[in-house]
Design a protein around this ligand. Sequence first.
Ligand SMILES: Cc1ncc(COP(=O)(O)O)c(C=O)c1O
Length: 400
Amino acid sequence: MSLLSDTLARVKPSPTIAVTTKAAELRAAGRDVIGLGAGEPDFDTPDNIKQAGIAAIEAGKTKYTAPDGIPELKAAICEKFARENGLSYTHDQVSVASGGKQILYNALMATLNPGDEVVIPAPYWVSYPDMVLLAGGTPVIAETALENGFKLTADQLEAAITDKTKWLIFNSPSNPTGAGYDRAALKALTDVLMRHPHVHVMTDDMYEHLAYDDFEFCTPAQVEPGLYDRTLTCNGVSKAYAMTGWRIGYAAGPKPLIAAMRKIQSQSTSNPCTISQWAAVEALTGPQDFLAENVTLFSGRRDLVVRMLNAAEGVTCPNPEGAFYVYPSIAGLIGKTSAGGTVIADDEAFATALLEETGVAVVFGAAFGLSPNFRVSYATSEAQLEEACRRIQSFCAGMT
Ligand SMILES: Cc1ncc(COP(=O)(O)O)c(C=O)c1O
């Protein structure tokens, strides 16, 4: 009898973590490596939030809490949804977990039965299909196209829905492409969902506050109030407030779903870290100026990276609306040979040769379900980004 479960055989380890680990190994071995794989801001949690965590420790707020969050944080979350998204929720419609990842996982565990399908637009955040598989469901991948800015069209959504579809997982701005759906693009999708009352929407709004130029973030239940009872609106403090290590994510949705998610969490991890919950109260209710400063910083980096990558031979890099990623195509390089002798058969070969020959770590597109591309995270300094893009340019120029 095997020690490991059959379920485990269905999932793969996170490829983004694998790239970060490989880059760290090369760095430890003395190589000059620039990591463009990280999925987190490169700066510290704002001081007022840190101080709230310290104050919580000093006040002895270090014990168990209600499994899905303290009332003060639920109140801050309800107020956030009302203020920023025009959505009205009560405390029993809100769940707090150890990161956005756990929120999504709880929701899938609480709802999927064998045979249930979950529509996932590709390219997707690496964890979606594997979480669906872990929960016993079937991912149905709906491929988007670079020509449409990597956005799912109404026809593509319609074609992916069957009578077994339970969820659409929606993510805007997106990891890995940065693509953001404006109100019209999102309305086209919610119109399709209104025609299929058995389909629910799990919207992952983690990058809400990282949106550039005149792009206005919107979320499905806001755009189509008719979907309110079928939508789980997921968010978190990790990316917006540079709090990835604090592990706080949250969601709001229908009461029975929230109760089911609480049940799962109460029998697995229990409450998210008490100290982090108090810090998250400060993040959501304290000064928000930090968010606008980040937007200025990140949009400048995006402009730099898009310009320099488009100047690389064989690379096409769309200009996305948000997040801190770009997802260039390397269709123009497939079949060529790098200066170090690697045949660029696919995007994995490209990323491996790029790391080995130039010390630049990126994540290959196949990991996100759409090839031939690679993902660049620009959550690193301008100087590092410029140097990395220069190396990518000469790597591409050196191909024959
Ligand atoms: C699209 C998306 N959703 C969710 C998460 C998970 O966030 P957290 O760190 O809060 O679990 C990430 C993190 O990379 C993400 O990119």
